[in-house]
Design a protein around this ligand. Sequence first.
Ligand SMILES: Nc1ncnc2c1ncn2[C@@H]1O[C@H](COP(=O)(O)OP(=O)(O)O)[C@@H](O)[C@H]1O
Ligand SMILES: [Mg+2]
Length: 251
Amino acid sequence: MAILLEGRKVSRNFGGLAALLNVNFQVRSGEIVGLIGPNGAGKTTLFRCITGVHPPTFGRILFKGEDISKLMPHHICVMGITNTHQVVKPFPEMTVLDNVRVGAFFGKGWVRGEVKDATQEALRVLEFTGLTSKANFLARNLTLPDRKRLEVARALATRPELLLLDEVVAGLNPTEVDRMIRLIQQLRESGITIFMVEHVMRAVLSVSDRLIVLNFGEKIAEGPPDEVARNPQVIEAYLGKNYASGKSHYA
Ligand SMILES: Nc1ncnc2c1ncn2[C@@H]1O[C@H](COP(=O)(O)OP(=O)(O)O)[C@@H](O)[C@H]1O
Ligand SMILES: [Mg+2]
């Protein structure tokens, strides 16, 4: 599989804080790659580096071999990279359909001002994400699971080649988690490459081909999910030293 996205020594500072330090990574075409790590590890920051919202302070990001690390977010979106936000960001006073239509006007599949094409594209995406019956609801009236789906729908309407999902499963109940996992698998089957941050381990372990683990801004592990889940450094990052060495917390 060809390399779609590559990070070389990606670093991002916020004042004196190194939120990311020398992170090397690759995402191949057609893969689902999971990005995990404790709170504050730098996962969202890495996504913002990729989308150009917080460009890397040092290092480079290549998309299909082209350096995108200094491009503006809208330019990166048109090239085929879109993200969802950890805290969902719909236009609350607009309908679900209009929210998705906005996505269809931008991005790779930009429909050059043809409203009817944008509407058609939006309706297709609503069907795919299971939101057709809510098309005329105001976004602010949606339940959390539907708002998460709308976040995915808005991103999809830009026709991404690479979709960055930031915690789209977190906060859902087990039935909704299963539904979202199925949607993610269908996205991959439709040809979209997926890079996803997720705290819900069941979800990220079951859908990912590969995991990358960040801790305090640095990559500490990478590999198949079952291998990463057994890695003592990863267990220590999540649960503390005593767990990693096999001792109980209370020993
Ligand atoms: N815009 C910002 N300004 C200053 N510090 C930030 C900003 N965004 C993130 N950080 C800091 O960078 C670190 C990584 O944050 P983040 O990428 O959100 O972590 P994660 O998504 O893994 O929980 C944290 O210490 C956070 O406080
Ligand atoms: Mg985050």
